[in-house]
Design a protein around this ligand. Sequence first.
Ligand SMILES: Nc1ncnc2c1ncn2[C@@H]1O[C@H](COP(=O)(O)OP(=O)(O)OP(=O)(O)O)[C@@H](O)[C@H]1O
Length: 879
Amino acid sequence: MKKVQLGSRDLLVNGGGCPVEVFCRLRPPKDNNNDQQQQQQPDNSSSCIKIASSTELVLYSSENAKNGQIRESRYEFSHILTDNISQLAAFKELALPLLNDLIQGKSNVLFTYGITGSGKTYTMMGPLNNPGLIPRSFDVIFNSIGSYLGKKYLLRSDRQNSYEIQSEADILFERQRREIQMKTRAKIPEASSIRTLDTTSIHIPQSNANCSYFVFVTFVEIYNNYIYDLFDDDILNKAPQSKQLREDNRARPYIKDVKEIEIRSSEEAIDLLNMGLKRRRIAHTQLNTESSRSHSVLSMRLVQFQNDIPPTSLTKDDLTVSTIHLVDLAGSERVNRAKTVGERVKEASNINSSLMVLRQCFETLRENQAQGTSKIVPYRESKLTSFFKSYFDGEGQIRMILCVNPTVDGYEEIQHALKFGELTKDVMVPRALPPPPPPPSVPPKITRTGGLREIDNQQQQQQINTQPVLFTEFNAQALIAPFPSLEYSLMDGAEDDESILILQEHLRRRIEERQRLNMLIQDQQEYLRKFTLELASDYDSTISNHEDLSKENDQQTKTIRHLQTRIKLLEKSQNDLYKTTNQTERENKILKTQIEERNNEIKSLKFDRRKDKNDFENKMKIKLNEVEQQYINEIKNKEIKMRELGRQHDDKLNIIRSMAASNTLTNEQFVIPINSTPTQNSTEHAYQNQQQQYHRVEMIISQNCNTPILDANSRQHAHTPNTEPMHIENGNGHPVVGHPRQQHRRSRSLSEVWLEHRPQGTVQTETLLQPKFHKKVCTQQAPAKQEIVRTTKYVLTHQNLDAQGELVTDLVKGDVLPSSTGGVNVIFNDVERLTCTSPPDPLMLHKRCQSEERVLHENNTQSPSTRQGPAVAPKRFRM
Ligand SMILES: Nc1ncnc2c1ncn2[C@@H]1O[C@H](COP(=O)(O)OP(=O)(O)OP(=O)(O)O)[C@@H](O)[C@H]1O
C-alpha cells in the first residue's frame, strides 16, 4: 500500500479549511478630489504603487535609491481596491459577504491593517456623509432582519459569552432600567440626523424566515495592551478599569463583564457607536491629525432561534449565535517619521509591539502549515491576538483589509505592510471544529432566569459533540458488508468461475475501500497527531501560564498579607488615636469649664474694682475740693501778707534807690557813731536809727551783691570780680567807697579778729553751715570804738522774714579800716544769707507737683519756636 504524506495545509484544505482573505485598499492622494483619478506612473507622481491587475500591484522604490535605479516588487492579494473606489463599493466588496454569513449563523473577523494615516478608520467608520463599513453594516443588518426582530429584552447576556432567556417580569424590569439609563445618558444629536443611510439589504432565505433575531453590540479598545469598555459609562467618571479576558466552556475567549447592549435599529447603534468613539483614544500626530492610539473592536452578535419553540420552553441550546468583529487597528508608525514625543512614544511602541505579535502569529501559522512544524503560536503575547485566538483555530473566517497610502516617502513602511499582507494571504484557517463537550463536572446551566432548569438529553448531546468531523466520511459498512451468496456446482465449473469473478470483484472493492480507509486513518492519525501536539503546546503554555499565575498569586498573597499587617497596624493606631481624641475632648471640656469659672470670677472682681474706684474717686474729689478750698483761702491770706511785705520792700527799695541816686554818701557819713554813748532815753531811738542805717546799708549791699546771684541769666557775672569801685552813701549822704572784692570767701587768716554784732532778739538758727570765726568778739549792743579798733572784721547779724514767711538771716560783713582822721571805717563788702525752709506739706507738694506737671505739659504742647523758659528764675541760696 502506498503511504501518502500530507502537510497540515493540505490537511486543512481537505478538511474544509480556508485561507485568510487579504484585500488591499489604496488611499487617494490628499488633495485629489477627482473620483476618476487615473492610475499614475511613479516617475511623474508622488505615488509609489502601480496596479498591475485586480489582484496584483507593483511597488516602486523612490528615485533617490542608492544606485539610482528604481526597484520594483510585486505583491498579490485576494483583491485590490483602487484609490477611487467608493465607500459603498468597498462595503459591498469587503463586508457584505460577511454579513450574509452572519445571518447564516457564521462568525467572522474583519480587520484593517496599515501604517498610520493610511485610511483604516476612514474605511471602518468613514465620515457621516460617506459612511464606512461599520455604519453600513448596521444599516444592512436592520434593513434585512428588521421585520424579524424578536421581543425586546427577551434575551440577555449572561456575561459568560452566552445568553439567557428572561421571564416576563425580568423583561419589564429590564425595560424600565434601560429607559432610565437612556434618559440619563447624554444624547449625541448630530449622529443619526445628517448621516447617509445605506439601503442595501440581504435577502433572508426561506429557511431563516421563521426565525426571531436579536442584535447585540459590544465596543472595546485595546490600549497599551489593556482592554477598556467604550460603552462603560463609568469611564467618564472614574479612572477607566481594564477588562479581563476569559474563556468560555468551549475555549472561546471573551471579555469578562463587558457591556453588551441590545439594539433595535441602526440609528440606536450609530448613537452608541459615536458615544464610544468619543471615548476612544485619539491624538494629533505629524502624520495624522486624528490618529487612533488604540485598537478598537466593535462586535456585532446576531442571536436567532426558530419561532416554533415557545419562549417558555426555550433553552440557550436553541439559540444560534453568530458574531462579526469589525476591528480598526491602530496604525504602525515610526517615531521619527510621526515625530511623536512623550506619552505618544509609549503608545506607538505598544501599538507596534502588538502588531508585531499579530504578524508573528500569522508567520508561525504559515510556517507550521507549510513545513508541517508545530511551533507555538504566540497568541498570548498580546491581548489582541489572545482575543482572536479562537478564529485562528477555526471559529470563523478572517478577512484583512490592508490600507495603503501610496506616497513615495513611506516606501519602506509600505513595503513592510505589503509583505505582511501577502504573507497573511497564505495562512489557512481550519474549518470550524465542532465545539468540545462541556466538562462533566459542569452541570447543564440554567437557561431561564425565572429558575426553570431544563436538562437536555446529555447522551445525545455528547454523541454529537464527540463525533469527529473527519470520521463521518468513513464507510464502515463497506468493510463489514456480507460476501455475495455463491452457488457451488461440482458438475459445472463455469458457474464457479463466475462466482470467483464476483468474489474477486467484491474483494477488490473491499481492498480499495480498505486502502481508502487506511489513507483516511493515516490522515486522521496525522490530524490527531497535530491536534495532540497543539494541545500539548497549549498545555505547555497553559502550564507556564499557570506557573506565572501561581508566582503572581504568591506575590499577591504576600502583598495581601503585608497589606493586612499594615491594616492591622493602622487599625491599632486608629484606635489609639480615637482614645487620645476622647481623652483630649474630656480634658478640653474640663478646661473650658474652668476657664468659664475663672472668667466669671474675673468679671465679678472687675466689677468690684470699678465700684471701689468710683467710690475712691468720689471721695478724692470731695477731699480735693475741701483741700483746694482751704489752700485757696490760705493763699489768699498769704497773698495779702505778701502784698503787705512787697509794699514794705518797695518802700525800702525806694529809699535805697533815692540814696543811690543822690550819690553823696561819704565815708564819714557811713561811719557808725561809735563814740556816742547812748543815753537811757535815746538808746531806743539810737538803736532804731542804727537799725534804719543798717537796713539801708544792708539793702544797698544786697542791691550790689545779691543781684548778680539772683540773676540766673547772667550766672557767669556772679563771680566776675567787679573792678568798678562801689559808691555807696551813708545815712548822711556822704559817699562810701566800697572795695570791689567780690569773692566773699570765709577768711582763714588767723590774724583776723572778728567783731560779731548780734543784736538782741536774734534767733539761733539751725542752718547746717554756720559761720565760723576763729577769733571773735561778740556784742549785742552797738560796738564801742575801743572794741572796733581791736578788730579787723565786722559782721552784723540781721534777721527778717521772706515772702513765704521764712526766717532769713543775713550776715553783713565788712573790713575795719583806720580812717585818715584817726577814726575807724567799716566798709561792708559781703553779705552772707542763711535761710531756713520748713519741710513741705504733702498736700501742698501734691498740688505743686500737679501745677508743675501742668506747666510742663503746656510747655511741651507748645511749638518749639514759642516755647519759653520758666517764668520764675530759680532761686539760689547760699548757706
Ligand atoms: N479612501 C479615502 N478617501 C478619502 N480620504 C481618505 C481615504 N482614506 C483616508 N482618507 C483620509 O486620510 C486621513 C487619514 O485617514 P485615517 O484617519 O482613516 O487613517 P488611519 O489609518 O486610521 O490612521 P491611524 O492609524 O493614525 O489612526 C483622514 O483625513 C481621512 O479622511
